[in-house]
Design a protein around this ligand. Structure first.
Ligand SMILES: C[S@@+](CC[C@H](N)C(=O)[O-])C[C@H]1O[C@@H](n2cnc3c(N)ncnc32)[C@H](O)[C@@H]1O
Length: 234
């Protein structure tokens, strides 16, 4: 059988090949850029973590921590993954921008009063303050462990924005956004703390609470995000 080569068909074939080649090239460029961005992110993450480790290993802080009595029902400082925290801030920023309760004549949303419960040596607050991902009017933190507060002041220059305080008795009513990642290891203690926290939060304020015990069953809160860590007090 003789094969008939239709010239129109071979024109079509070579134009498809050309289009595919240029798409492959574009994808290769995107992959190469993503891999560089990933390396940049990894380097910045390592720098942030190293700074925090140095803060905790500073002689005065390390010495004070040695003699600190830790509550057996509470967690010691176990920091959230830097990227997880950054992604939460990006999500929160988008939610606030879309929330009419926070609308503002000049900015994307009204700058928020932010609190971190159990802020440890202050790395997350430093990220909030310097990262430019969130519009904030105050970014404050409390921790029950005094040497952590000292480290936050010395390393991140957080001064009076961090102080020693107890999450169980704190007044949360003046904050727009509260970040609390599991201060208590004991589930009864954590549950009591969560109930009191939500009780004291002002209506319309946001709660970011990974690893919580009760928030998805709490009728005073409505879940807002795909990550399932951000709620709004209703
Ligand atoms: C699991 S770590 C979370 C640290 C940080 N918020 C994060 O997510 O990266 C718990 C923190 O809560 C603090 N903490 C424990 N009990 C507390 C209490 N009663 N009041 C305030 N902070 C407390 C601990 O000292 C520790 O820094």
């Amino acid at each position: 059988m003789v094969e008939i080569q239709d010239p129109r068909f071979s024109d079509y074939e070579s134009s498809v090949e050309l289009a595919l080649d240029s798409e492959i090239q574009a994808l290769e460029q995107i992959a190469s850029s993503l891999s560089k961005i990933e390396r940049v992110a990894q380097a910045l993450e390592r720098v942030l973590v190293a700074t925090e480790v140095e803060a905790l290993q500073a002689p005065s802080v390390a010495k004070a921590l040695e003699t600190t009595e830790f509550d057996p029902n509470a967690y010691d400082y176990i920091p959230i993954d830097v990227r997880e925290f950054l992604l939460i801030l990006i999500e929160l920023d988008a939610l606030l921008a879309a929330d009419s309760d926070y609308s503002h004549g000049q900015f994307r949303y009204r700058p928020v009063r932010f609190l971190e419960v159990g802020c440890g040596p202050g790395r997350n607050l430093f990220i909030v303050r310097k990262g430019g991902l969130l519009l904030w009017s105050a970014a404050e933190g409390i921790d029950i462990v005094g040497p952590y507060v000292d480290a936050a002041r010395e390393t991140y220059n957080l001064g009076g924005s961090v102080w020693q305080d107890d999450a169980r008795t704190f007044d949360y009513s003046t904050y727009d956004v509260i970040f609390s990642r599991r201060p208590f290891s004991d589930s009864v203690e954590q549950t009591e703390f969560e109930n009191n926290l939500v009780n004291k939060m002002k209506i319309g304020s946001y709660l970011i609470a990974p690893l919580n015990e009760t928030h998805d069953r709490d009728s005073r809160l409505v879940g807002l995000d795909d990550l399932q860590v951000i709620w709004k007090r209703i």
